[in-house]
Design a protein around this ligand. Structure first.
Ligand code: SAH
Length: 215
């Protein structure tokens, strides 16, 4: 464990702080959360490397820097209710759970959702609700949210997700084609939507009614 603590410190310094991640709460939580518990056994040696890794079912755990920048863009203070679309390994979920009041997380692949729930229960995260389903439509019965984060690439910003933001709320979503996207942040201000485009990125597909179709 000690060995990993040292590796995590390096990850935070070299991959995150050195590249401009400034939110101290984000840096602290990423130094604490044991990323190696979220990767496949045969990726253990590379758990803190500067890249995404396979987590089974053709999906990936995002690169640490991408997790950090997406989280920083949410500007969490601690009181928020956040919706995550694409639970995957549950690593991003754990980071969010350490920074806000409650996380609702949706995953379309049942085996991934179940594994993430087990991993997260191992270190006592209790402010998370998991569900299996198509998150491209959001979670209307739990809306509105202070923040929504989509950890899969979408052809567009789904209107239905914007409808589920509170005034001042933020949606973080990679938008582009199936090979390359740009991280977008949409903020609801006085009922209108302001969109900023951030870093280039590459995510697996957001599949579903308001994302890509399977074929
Ligand atoms: N945040 C995750 C990233 C996982 S990859 C992590 O750090 O591990 C993206 C995930 O989005 C995949 O697990 C994929 O199955 C899921 N996904 C894709 N489309 C989805 C949809 N419409 N609803 C819910 N999950 C979806």
């Amino acid at each position: 464990m000690k060995e990993y603590a040292e590796t995590r410190k390096h990850m935070v310094e070299r991959q995150l702080a050195a590249r401009g991640i400034r939110d101290r709460r984000v840096l602290r939580v990423m130094e604490e959360v044991p990323r190696h518990l979220f990767v496949d056994k045969n990726s253990l040696g590379g758990a803190y490397d500067d890249n995404p890794l396979p987590i089974g079912s053709g999906q990936t755990i995002s690169q640490p820097y991408m997790v950090a920048i997406m989280t920083e863009l949410l500007e969490l203070k601690g009181h928020e209710k956040v919706l995550e679309i694409g639970t995957g390994s549950g690593y991003q979920t754990a980071i969010l759970a350490g920074l806000c009041h409650w996380v609702f997380t949706i995953e379309r692949i049942r085996s991934l959702s179940q594994r993430a729930e087990i991993t997260l229960s191992q270190f006592g995260c209790q402010n998370i609700t998991f569900v299996v389903g198509d998150g491209s439509a959001g979670w209307p019965s739990e809306a509105p949210f202070d923040g929504i984060i989509v950890t899969a690439g979408s052809p567009k910003i789904p209107e239905i997700l914007l409808d589920q933001l509170i005034e001042g709320g933020r949606l973080i979503i990679p938008v582009g084609d199936r090979f390359a996207q740009t991280l977008n942040r949409a903020t609801k201000i006085e009922g209108g939507i302001t969109i900023e485009r951030h870093t280039p990125c590459r995510f697996v597909d957001l599949l579903g009614e308001h994302g890509w179709s399977k074929t």
